[in-house]
Write a protein that binds this ligand. Structure first.
Ligand SMILES: [Zn+2]
Length: 436
């Protein structure tokens, strides 16, 4: 029971959380209401979400020795989401997977940032061997990739992306209006003075959104060494923290900073802003994925990249503001940034060599909250029994609430039981009084 009370308390006191910088140029519906032209999505350059996912499916199908794909589903209060995850693991030898470095990359967390999912597709093509990086020969690329397992989420926010394709070009939130990069638990829900729900609505609770639940589960089970959350709106390479004006210190800082400096020098031509998210862009972001990955999942190198932004675009012209609109810029962005990712793949084993052996020890220190435990349990049930499990229809949020109520009532019952015993003890006649 003492454990239950502790778990109950730790759940209630669960910390809040914070990432994306792409608000820098935009406050989409609060400024610039003059009627400047709006650039439509250029489908000569960009895939529709449907075409992009189809192309990825076909690519995986052609390379079963390297690539595999799964779609994870979750629902909450009548709202459902699908997140597709592509895994690169050459040879797919499960036994030596633990000895490789694990990298988790997410793209398209915000609907309007189409270029990020195009980059995901380009990276997958290079991983498959169907496209190349001009600056890297195939033999060195192969030896780099032998050491890695890479999971790519090409379009985290498929529902939001569909809204953008339907004409709401400035939409960044998910299919029911929640910003998926404010829905995580580190410093969740804190609102700055210029808070704009159209942009940053954090949801009704941490992990209220199926997309965030899926991503958290994926990260907790995969335990990546590197996390990169890819956005657009500006050019920047951010490390934690987003919710405050500080970075981690010591070795973790040196490790992340040296990697970012190298990427900035080689691929961003020194244009990219580097630093903590919160310290670099002039505002704090609360409840972001990267802060959670660093603080809670314990990912040693956690980043948010911003790969493109057009500061000259009007704030209503979101396709232009967040995405290159001509062929030359489109190709340049995809060329530069895909090369940057493969440089990172090359550098990661060197940066992390000294802590690789310590990681298993660190894992023992990780505390698991009720939410995380239950989510893991439910996911395991789902994997075992498929979608038919009725318990899942109740939704994870409900299950968590019932479990908390159950613990709370157990505590109350125990309290009542103890007080009754102690009363009856007090009223019992004293029979052992003996005069000497
Ligand atoms: Zn974004």
């Amino acid at each position: 029971m003492a454990l239950s009370i502790f778990v109950l308390f730790s759940t209630f006191s669960m910390c809040f959380l914070a990432s994306s910088r792409d608000l820098l140029f935009v406050n989409a519906h609060s400024q610039n209401l003059t009627q400047s032209p709006i650039t439509p999505i250029n489908y000569d350059l960009y895939h529709s979400s449907g075409n992009l996912m189809e192309e990825i499916g076909a690519l995986v199908h052609r390379h079963p020795d390297k690539l595999s794909v799964e779609t994870i589903q979750a629902r909450n209060k009548g709202y459902g989401a699908d997140v597709t995850v592509v895994t690169y693991c050459k040879g797919k030898n499960e036994n030596d997977e633990g000895s490789r470095f694990r990298i988790l990359l997410s793209f398209g967390q915000h609907g309007r940032e189409l270029i990020t999912s195009e980059l995901a597709l380009r990276i997958l093509y290079i991983l498959s061997g169907e496209k190349i990086i001009p600056s890297m020969d195939q033999a060195s690329l192969n030896s780099i990739l032998d050491k890695l397992v890479i999971k790519v989420v090409p379009m985290e926010n498929l529902n939001g992306r569909k809204l953008v394709e339907a004409g709401d070009l400035c939409e960044r939130r998910n299919g029911r209006g929640v910003d998926l990069n404010r829905n995580w638990s580190v410093d969740w829900g804190k609102k700055e003075k210029d808070y704009d729900p159209y942009e940053e609505n954090p949801g009704i609770a941490p992990f209220s959104e199926p997309e965030s639940q899926i991503m958290r589960k994926l990260a907790m089970s995969f335990e990546p060494h590197v996390w990169i959350n890819v956005h657009s709106g500006m050019e920047a390479l951010f490390m934690p923290y987003d919710h405050k004006n500080t970075t981690p210190d010591g070795l973790p800082l040196q490790r992340m900073k040296s990697l970012l400096k190298e990427v900035n020098h080689v691929h961003c031509h020194e244009r990219c802003m580097i630093g903590s998210g919160g310290g670099s862009v002039g505002y704090f972001a609360h409840g972001t994925a990267t802060d959670f990955m660093y603080d809670i999942v314990g990912v040693p190198m956690a980043f948010t990249f911003e790969i493109y932004g057009d500061g000259t675009a009007s704030s209503r012209d979101c396709f232009k503001m967040f995405n290159p609109t001509d062929l030359a810029s489109y190709n340049r962005v995809l060329g530069d940034w895909s090369a940057a990712f493969f440089t990172i793949f090359e550098l990661v084993p060197h940066k992390l060599a000294e802590i690789h052996s310590k990681l298993s020890v660190l894992k023992l220190d990780k505390l698991v909250s009720i939410d995380e435990y239950l989510d893991g349990y439910l996911m395991e049930r789902r994997n075992r029994y498929g979608k038919k499990m009725e318990v899942l229809e109740l939704g994870m949020q409900e299950i968590r609430t019932y479990f908390r109520l159950f613990l709370l009532s157990s505590v109350l019952l125990l309290f009542m039981f103890c007080s009754r015993i102690s009363k009856s003890k007090c009223s019992r006649p004293i029979v052992s009084v003996m005069p000497l």
